[in-house]
Design a protein. Structure first.
Length: 276
């Protein structure tokens, strides 16, 4: 029998959730508002929240100074490319771990996840030298490869948890009907795990879009994504807060819009393998 919840408890939980949500969203809102201020108003003390002289000068200057469409396309190609490549590798790997497990399957999964806990700066120099010698520095292909590798453990783990929820008897029935290995994965398993695959795709796109360490260290100009676009307006003296806010708003707006419209699919997929 479900436990009764009082109206007072509902009110407290609702207020707490809204408070946490607004605290998380406030930096994005403040960046958006600052992008419409002049440089003097951006550093004014005390700061003005809504009552200031609104201007679009920062956006005009950012557009004239930087090639925003090129940075945007680089981010799209790198994030989508690394995600698609990661899924092509992770789906067969997760299938084998979920339906043909070995003695060390869980150990391999934990080892893969543990690599995400290592500081990336520890392998920066060898990867930089490899990219330099192979001509992959400042290239989209190089960034697609490195982002695929750093996000692959998460993709495999998420798909593994989704595939474990699918009854193995369905795949056995497909094999009895004459389905081969690739037919089983492509036409039986994949359609059943579409919510999980979609949420994994969305999450990896967001992770790749927001990746700053590798994109800043392995690019210069040609393959520079929106993270480099933002960094070009960063000043140690803090002189260009308004222009930096405008560049940040232009960089995060696409992924925020994507997350807003796909939140239902993302939550549905993330709870697909949860304990019911």
């Amino acid at each position: 029998m479900p436990r009764a919840v009082t109206n007072q408890r509902k009110l407290i939980v609702t207020l707490a959730a809204w408070t946490i949500g607004m605290a998380i969203f406030f930096p994005i809102l403040w960046t958006f508002l600052t992008s419409f201020k002049t440089e003097a108003e951006a550093i004014a003390s005390p700061p003005s929240f809504l009552f200031f002289e609104w201007t679009t000068e920062n956006y005009s200057e950012v557009q004239s100074r930087s090639n925003y469409p090129r940075h945007f396309m680089n981010s799209v190609i790198i994030s989508l490319g690394s995600t698609v490549l990661g899924l092509l590798i992770a789906i067969p790997a997760a299938w084998s771990m979920a339906f043909v497990p070995g003695k060390r399957t869980k150990d391999v999964l934990m080892w893969m996840l543990s690599t995400k806990m290592l500081p990336p700066v520890g392998v920066l120099i060898p990867i930089y030298l490899i990219f330099r010698d192979t001509g992959l520095l400042d290239s989209r292909v190089g960034l697609v490869l490195v982002l695929t590798l750093i996000n692959l453990p998460i993709i495999v783990w998420m798909l593994y948890t989704y595939f474990k929820e699918i009854p193995g008897e369905i795949l056995e029935a497909a094999r009895m009907d004459g389905a081969g290995l690739w037919s089983e994965v492509l036409y039986v398993l994949t359609p059943m795990a579409v919510p999980g695959i979609a949420s994994t795709l969305l999450l990896n796109v967001i992770l790749a879009w927001n990746e700053a360490f590798w994109t800043l260290n392995l690019t210069a100009s040609k393959a520079a994504p929106l993270t480099a676009f933002i960094a070009s307006y960063s000043s140690p003296e803090g002189l260009f807060y308004a222009k930096l806010s405008a560049a940040s708003t232009m960089a995060i707006a696409p992924i925020v819009i994507l997350g807003w419209f796909s939140q239902k699919q993302l939550v549905r997929g993330l709870t697909f393998g949860a304990v019911k």
